[in-house]
Design a protein around this ligand. Structure first.
Ligand SMILES: [Zn+2]
Ligand SMILES: [Zn+2]
Length: 346
């Protein structure tokens, strides 16, 4: 079964990370981290209306300038999610430029600082009309286990990692959906109509037992039936896919616990894998994962495919050692990422 969402990770295992997620025929896309954006096209980046930042270390955030540059002149509201203080970092970027000629423009950023520890979130608006000064700050309580994004087709959750600074990992999960078996409808002599939407909605919302349908037959009669009875015959549940993205964090037990639930049964897990286990001292000092930590996490969370990235440059000439260490503990498929040519022309 094909996934609703497609992914692109063009910077390879050593480049500064950015994961692009898009859906066929949809005018919008999602971007996870703003590292090196030069391997995306302008057209791709202009589709992004939700940006999910793991943390604001320079290798994950320096691409925001380019992202901002491309969007000047476009009429969009872009939502940026990140850990506490993300709005200050966005404000810092915006304050780095002179904005005296853009007050007639309709570009804005809503930056949402997610505070898992205090169960609150802060939304700050930066609008071109206000010279990108922070306005409309709003703090509210928030349950960190709730999705941070839900468009009816898929929803996104976050988890907190410790990287000696708060850092967020994200999961993207398709919502349950069903396929209508048209041949069965024909075999039953039923006429398609609005009742199919009622049936699908009742089934997906768990209300099928309480819903009674009046369905026109092709012979002119009306069939009265419980949605529950019909759903099992004419609806086929689609497989739900799940993606996850995690970078950066210490190879610690609390981070493992935090990620286990988030990435549980992911079909594809993009995960920072900076060091070999032999270099655990370095991993500890720089608060990064090791291949052994990632492989055991992915194995125990029953991840199907693992896409490791953010390798330390010390393995530049031998990236296969990371893949090898992963494969000794992770039984699923390991997807080696490839660095694509640069695309972007300003
Ligand atoms: Zn970092
Ligand atoms: Zn990093």
């Amino acid at each position: 079964m094909r996934m609703l969402l497609r992914t692109e990770f063009p910077n390879g295992p050593f480049g500064d990370p950015s994961l692009y997620i898009w859906q066929i025929d949809a005018p919008r896309a999602l971007l996870f981290d703003a590292g090196d954006l030069s391997r995306f096209t302008t057209r791709q980046l202009l589709k992004v209306d939700h940006l999910f930042i793991s943390h604001c270390h320079i290798d994950h955030f320096f691409g925001f300038d380019l992202f901002l540059r491309l969007h000047i002149g476009s009429e969009k509201n872009i939502t940026v999610f990140g850990p506490p203080s993300t709005s200050e970092h966005v404000a810092g970027k915006l304050r780095g430029y002179t904005w005296n000629l853009i007050h007639d423009q309709n570009l804005s950023f809503d930056v949402i600082d997610l505070d898992h520890l205090n169960q609150s979130r802060l939304t700050t608006r930066f609008h071109a009309k206000a010279g990108f000064e922070a306005t409309d700050s709003r703090q509210e309580s928030w349950n960190p286990s709730d999705p941070i994004f839900d468009n009816g087709l898929y929803r996104i959750r976050s988890a907190l990692l410790d990287h000696r600074t708060p850092c967020l990992a994200y999961s993207i999960e398709e919502r349950p959906s069903v396929r209508v078996l048209k041949s069965v409808i024909d075999d039953l002599g039923l006429q398609a109509g609005p009742w199919l939407e009622v049936l699908k909605t009742a089934y997906l919302s768990g209300m099928a037992e309480e819903t009674v349908l009046q369905i026109p037959r092709r012979n002119g009669e009306t069939w009265v039936i419980e949605a529950n009875q019909l759903a099992t015959q004419v609806l086929e549940p689609r497989q739900r896919h799940k993606l996850a993205y995690a970078t950066d964090g210490a190879a610690s037990r609390p981070n493992r616990e935090s990620l286990l639930q988030l990435v549980e049964s992911a079909d594809l897990f993009f995960c920072e894998t900076c060091f070999l286990n032999d270099d655990s001292d370095l991993a500890r000092r720089t608060q990064h994962f090791t291949a052994t930590f990632v492989a055991e996490l992915a194995r125990d969370a029953r991840v199907k495919r693992l896409a490791p990235f953010h390798f330390s440059k010390r393995y530049l000439k031998r990236p296969e050692v990371i893949l090898k260490e992963l494969s000794t503990r992770f039984p699923g498929e390991i997807l080696p990422l490839v660095q694509e040519p640069r695309q972007l022309r300003l």
